[in-house]
Design a protein around this ligand. Structure first.
Ligand SMILES: *[C@@H]1O[C@H](CO)[C@@H](O)[C@H](O)[C@H]1NC(C)=O
Ligand SMILES: *[C@@H]1O[C@H](CO)[C@@H](O)[C@H](O)[C@H]1NC(C)=O
Length: 354
């Protein structure tokens, strides 16, 4: 699957879009004219792209949102989801290994595609969809009856298109990894749906709320990110069953994977050292927290290699005074803070040469 960031560069007859695409597996990064030159699209995806360039653009614009969410979720982690930015091939390698991290990336990117399409539908940006046409008439919830009104997010359309487009790649091959990807893609799509919420407006005599108009709206993408992060923590290592159609838990002592669990086949590298083949950037130079015992603590983050401390000066507002009337005046104060960063491994040969 490729995710593209597109920008219209000319609007003469038709808008011409130039897209920067990051593709799983292939890792080609460059400005491309939409669809024909996106490497790594399977036929079905190319057809969908040509039929729905506006949806492709929404998917592309949504990319930064799920990448940012991924980085937020893993900001205190050795693997921090940041390899997309510059070294896209490393990100590709992370995904080549059938690890827990790959499972997460497939899930959150699929969720991101659903979110982006659904939002674009509601904003009226897309030709193929609009607000959910089925949310009409009367309905009821635990507070009583209400009328559907406003714009309900058309998540079913978002899910359907994301499934057709994203899964097309996996459906073109029949192997264990494709099965894993399909499973995790689905988890991601369903995670967005889980956080749909009913929003209502009250009408009636002086706000008495005897009449309500309601619509279904997606929650902030953070909720999906938090949820998938918990699913990452509880991801289940599996193997493929003999007939090749399902999963069996790898370790019989552990619980079985349900359809809502992320699944993976291979252990993760420890991400301590630079090892491009394993998709690891290493943690040399990462900022750590000396007083934390968690994954952001210097002990864990630096993998026992130790850390360097630099004192930096920071300007803060201080000695603020209220001036009559009406302003607050502050002084600039200089404050020294210590920043700890992980040491690089001592021996150069520890580092992967690739
Ligand atoms: C993530 O880690 C890499 C490698 O250690 C580092 O270069 C990068 O700045 C980090 N990114 C973020 C967002 O912290
Ligand atoms: C470092 O970790 C401690 C303990 O978990 C926490 O209270 C503190 O806010 C953290 N400091 C920073 C700068 O994140």
């Amino acid at each position: 699957m490729c995710v593209c960031v597109c920008r219209a560069v000319a609007r003469i007859a038709k808008p011409l879009c130039v897209c920067v695409c990051v593709c799983r597996y292939i890792g080609a990064l460059g400005a491309r004219v939409i669809c024909d030159n996106i490497p790594g699209l399977v036929n079905k995806q190319r057809q969908l792209c040509q039929r729905h360039p506006d949806i492709m653009q929404s998917i592309g614009e949504g990319t930064k949102d799920w990448v940012r969410e991924c980085q937020h979720q893993f900001r205190h982690h050795r693997w921090n989801c940041s390899t997309l930015d510059r070294d896209h091939t490393v990100f590709g390698r992370v995904l080549l290994r059938s690890s827990r991290e790959a499972a997460f990336v497939y899930a959150i990117s699929s969720a991101g595609v659903v979110y982006a399409i659904t939002r674009a539908c509601s904003q009226g940006d897309l030709k193929a969809c609009n607000c959910d046409p089925h949310k009409r008439g009367r309905a009821s919830d635990e507070h009583g009856d209400f009328d559907w009104g406003g714009c309900s997010d058309n998540i079913d359309y978002g899910i359907k298109f994301a499934k057709d487009f994203v899964d097309a790649k996996e459906r073109s091959v029949k192997d264990a990894r494709a099965l894993m990807n399909l499973h995790n893609n689905r988890c991601g799509r369903m995670a967005v749906k889980r956080f749909l919420k009913l929003e209502c407006k009250c009408h009636g005599v002086s706000g008495s709320c005897t009449l309500r108009t309601c619509w279904l709206a997606m929650s902030d993408f953070r909720k999906t990110g938090d949820f998938l992060r918990r699913k990452y923590n509880g991801a289940v290592e599996v193997t493929v069953t003999q007939d090749g159609t399902g999963f069996a838990v790898a370790n019989k002592d552990f619980r079985k994977a349900t359809k809502n669990d992320l699944v993976y086949f291979e252990n993760s590298p420890d991400y301590c050292l630079m090892n491009k083949a394993a998709g690891s950037l290493g943690t040399a130079g990462r900022v750590c927290n000396r007083s934390s015992r968690g994954t952001d603590g210097c002990e864990v983050m630096c993998c026992g290699r130790g850390y360097d401390t630099t004192r930096v000066r920071r300007i803060t507002k201080c000695e603020c005074k209220f001036k009559w009337c009406c302003a607050v005046e502050c002084k600039d104060c200089e404050e020294a803070v210590d920043i700890h960063t992980c040491k690089a491994p001592k021996r150069a040969e520890w580092q992967d040469q690739t």
